[in-house]
Design a protein around this ligand. Structure first.
Ligand code: AMP
Length: 213
């Protein structure tokens, strides 16, 4: 199964991708996670990407396309994968299609997680992530038992640098301009499925499962 999760920042792509990964035992490929890890490691990719990320802008297409091309050719992707946060531009989607055709594969479903801007701002501004296991929390809807620490592994919770209101607004603007047109792109290919991304994580997941059945 080869899936793409589309949707604005804060739609819950990462959370749903993790749940799909557990259920179907296929890798979650998050360009955001790969880039954040590179920033942490302070390697060439991270140095190149960090200024774009901190401003809420997209990292240049050639950088992320190169990353994904390499990643989906790895052995653990043989039985499928979930793309979370890629593609984000028409150029990325076209290059992905080309690569998939070269590999004799196709994307099975593109799930578009739908959520409004007001909800996105409140979700992201209150979000914190475990720096060890990636577990996600929200100060109102899903607070940790002990403030500042992960329930599962005890790791320290941190707010993402780009989860402040100013950068969130920029990310939403970039989404509307560059990423939202992908809906038409995949609609034309006939594999786009809209999923209402409101309600609990479990409710959303059951809608997601309906769509991938
Ligand atoms: P995310 O974790 O998916 O919200 O991504 C965080 C940031 O990483 C984005 O705001 C971009 O700066 C960068 N990024 C992630 N995926 C991509 C992509 N496919 N194309 C360009 N930039 C990306």
């Amino acid at each position: 199964m080869r899936l793409i999760l589309l949707g604005p920042p804060g739609a819950g792509k990462g959370t749903q991708a993790k749940m799909l990964k557990e259920k179907f035992n296929i890798p979650q490929i998050s360009t955001g996670d790969i880039l954040r890890q590179s920033v942490k490691d302070n390697n060439d990719l991270g140095i190149k990407a960090s200024s774009f990320m901190n401003l809420g802008q997209l990292v240049p297409d050639d950088v992320v396309i190169g990353l994904i091309k390499k990643r989906i050719k790895q052995v653990d992707c043989k039985t499928g994968f979930i793309l979370d946060g890629f593609p984000r531009t028409i150029v990325q989607a076209e290059k992905l299609s080309e690569t998939m055709t070269e590999m004799g594969l196709k994307i099975d479903k593109v799930l578009d997680l739908e959520v409004n801007a007001k909800e996105v701002i409140s979700r992201l501004a209150g979000r914190s992530t475990c720096s060890d296991c990636g577990g996600m929390y929200h100060e109102v809807t899903c607070p940790p038992k002990v403030s500042g620490f992960c329930d599962s592994c005890g790791g320290v919770l941190a707010q993402r640098q780009d989860d402040n209101v100013e950068t969130i607004l920029k990310r939403l603007e970039v989404y509307q301009e560059s990423t939202a047109p992908l809906k038409q792109f995949y609609e034309k290919q006939g594999n786009l499925k809209a999923v209402t991304a409101r309600g609990s994580v479990e409710e959303i997941f059951s809608r997601v499962l309906e769509m991938v059945k």
